[in-house]
Write a protein that binds this ligand. Structure first.
Ligand code: SF4
Length: 548
């Protein structure tokens, strides 16, 4: 989307939802939506730069006393002075109208929060011991607590008053750069395709409640995909512990970051109130229910919830959506539960085919995943729409034609971008930076570009029109253009990263996981191994000299 298209989108939104004429910077999401993150914090949406904070006045005394105990044991690195001084400082810092976070260090967005808050207030951020009481965390709280708390009230008021909240800076930055932000996409969607009356902005929020929830149900997962991390996969967290012990010589302790992530990521099992709150307070208004993870189809409570929705005859009101790794085949849901919902979207993460797929998505069996997807395509009800999502990274960019060839073998699979049809969605990986396609050397990029631009991205004959074919070719050209930019920016956006440094980091990461998994990337993809100058035996000498 360019600036002109963005302005046209804004004009369409104002036509469909007149309140945007008065307040062009409005966003639907804080008025209807809440997201649960894998570590239990809540956000108004996935683009928010920090989790929803909790005001000092919203913490009960018992919890504060617990915190003070914790400060004695774990807080040496964050607050100076005596308990009373610490408490006073805490009180000062935890006021919502100062937008001051006390973030958990396991939160990967800390750098962004830190940058934004420090720029705004010139105050350093502090960490509160083991337990992060500066946020509403779902290990102890509920979605309704967070949605109706002071932070969200203030955010909604800011939007009503035409302000641009700092927590939404990613959307403002994207719009300034002429990019279609999530705010604009949702404003178009809810003002036109799936209309939500714009009185949502003016009604007392407590009467309307949450209509859309995005549940990242902890980090329970059966795979440890190369592009993932311990925040999203419990298997990764276990491997991170082994890596720290073997390669960094760190003794195993319960305070290790991966241990904390294992604990934090288990919140859906720890808090029955979270599920009760959804059943009692959220379901009556609910229209959109998204599950991601971890692997959501491993979570029994999720099946209990959708069973309850069906039993209460609410499924016909709800659009259900999943991101899944495809290793599970929930036949009861396929046959009895999903057909009851208004629509169901299943997005399968497929990054390659065959042995290369199994290498990238460690723990998965390609034949099983292929059979599961085929079964669902053959047995799904008409309200179920399936997508394949490929996250393009250094491991798979050369192999996109092979994924396309596989897609064309699937029954009933139509490569068309339509809400009623199955679709192949190509997603560009930005982080971790050491797997970003921009880091590849120029000669490898030339080879990749040659393969991608000379391959015949033919759509099946029953799809209609050249427009669609052109759109697909355009998507592939976008991937090539991104690869050729050569610009990889640090997560804190402070500077570009040298690609030779990143290739060294890629070799290190590939080796450490190869060693722990008893794999060798040279056997999986000799061409890319040579491009990255990856030599397993040399890496052993470098990282484990005592064993050679
Ligand atoms: S403006 Fe952007 S970041 Fe803020 S709530 Fe809306 S979509 Fe999310």
């Amino acid at each position: 989307m360019n600036y002109q298209e963005l302005r046209e989108a804004e004009r369409r939104i104002k036509r469909e939802a007149p309140i945007f004429k008065e307040i062009p910077t409005l966003c639907y999401l804080p008025f209807m939506h809440i997201e649960a993150t894998t570590t239990g914090e809540c956000k108004q949406c996935c683009m928010a730069t920090s989790a929803i904070m909790r005001d000092y006045s919203e913490i009960d005394t018992e919890e504060l006393l617990e915190l003070l105990d914790e400060i004695d044991h774990d807080g040496r690195d964050w607050l100076p002075g005596e308990k009373s001084e610490a408490l006073l400082k805490l009180k000062d810092y935890m006021q919502v109208d100062k937008l001051m976070a006390l973030p958990d260090t396991s939160n990967l967005s800390v750098k962004l929060v830190k940058r934004d808050v420090e720029r705004e207030f010139n105050i350093p951020l502090l960490r509160v011991g083991e337990k992060d009481i500066g946020h509403w965390n779902l290990a102890d709280n509920t979605l309704t607590d967070a949605f109706l708390g002071k932070f969200m009230h203030k955010l909604r008021d800011d939007f009503r008053n035409g302000k641009k909240p700092i927590n939404c800076s990613r959307c403002w930055d994207e719009e300034d750069a002429g990019i279609n932000s999530k705010r604009i996409s949702f404003a178009e969607h809810f003002s036109h395709n799936d209309t939500i009356p714009d009185t949502i902005f003016t009604d007392p929020i407590t009467e309307k409640g949450i209509q859309y929830i995005d549940l990242k149900l902890g980090n329970l997962c059966n795979l440890k995909c190369r592009i993932c991390d311990s925040k999203s996969s419990s298997k990764w967290a276990q491997e991170d512990i082994d890596s720290l012990i073997i390669f960094d010589g760190i003794a195993k302790t319960k305070t290790m970051a991966p241990y904390r992530r294992l604990k934090l990521g288990n919140w859906p099992n720890e808090n029955k109130n979270f599920w009760n709150d959804i059943s009692e307070n959220v379901l009556p208004n609910l229209k959109y229910l998204e599950f991601t993870g971890g692997e959501p189809l491993l979570i029994q409570e999720h099946f209990d919830l959708i069973q309850q929705i069906v039993d209460d005859d609410l499924a016909k009101n709800i659009h259900l959506s999943y991101n899944t790794n495809g290793t599970q085949l929930p036949t009861h849901a396929i046959e009895n539960l999903w057909p009851q919902f208004k629509t169901v979207r299943l997005s399968f993460s497929i990054d390659d085919v065959g042995k290369r797929y199994e290498y990238q998505r460690y723990g998965a069996n390609w034949d099983n995943v292929h059979n599961n997807i085929t079964y669902m395509l053959n047995n799904k009800s008409d309200n179920v729409y399936m997508e394949i999502t490929t996250t393009v990274n250094i491991f798979n960019i050369m192999n996109l034609p092979d994924i396309h060839d596989w897609l064309r073998t699937l029954p009933n699979f139509i490569l068309e971008h339509s809400p009623n049809m199955s679709y192949w969605y190509i997603n560009l990986l930005h982080t971790p930076e050491y797997l970003n396609i921009c880091l590849l050397p120029d000669y490898a990029k030339t080879n990749i570009e040659h393969r991608l631009t000379n391959y015949n991205w033919l759509l099946p004959s029953h799809t209609t029109g050249y427009g669609l074919q052109n759109q697909f070719n355009h998507n592939i050209l976008n991937v090539v253009e991104f690869m050729n930019t050569n610009v990889i920016i640090e997560p804190d956006a402070s500077h570009n990263i040298d690609t030779t440094v990143l290739r060294a980091k890629a070799r290190e990461k590939i080796f450490k996981h190869d060693y722990l998994r008893k794999e060798n990337f040279q056997d999986i993809d000799p061409w890319l191994a040579s491009v990255l100058q990856y030599d397993y035996k040399e890496m052993v000498k470098q990282w484990l000299p005592k064993t050679t």
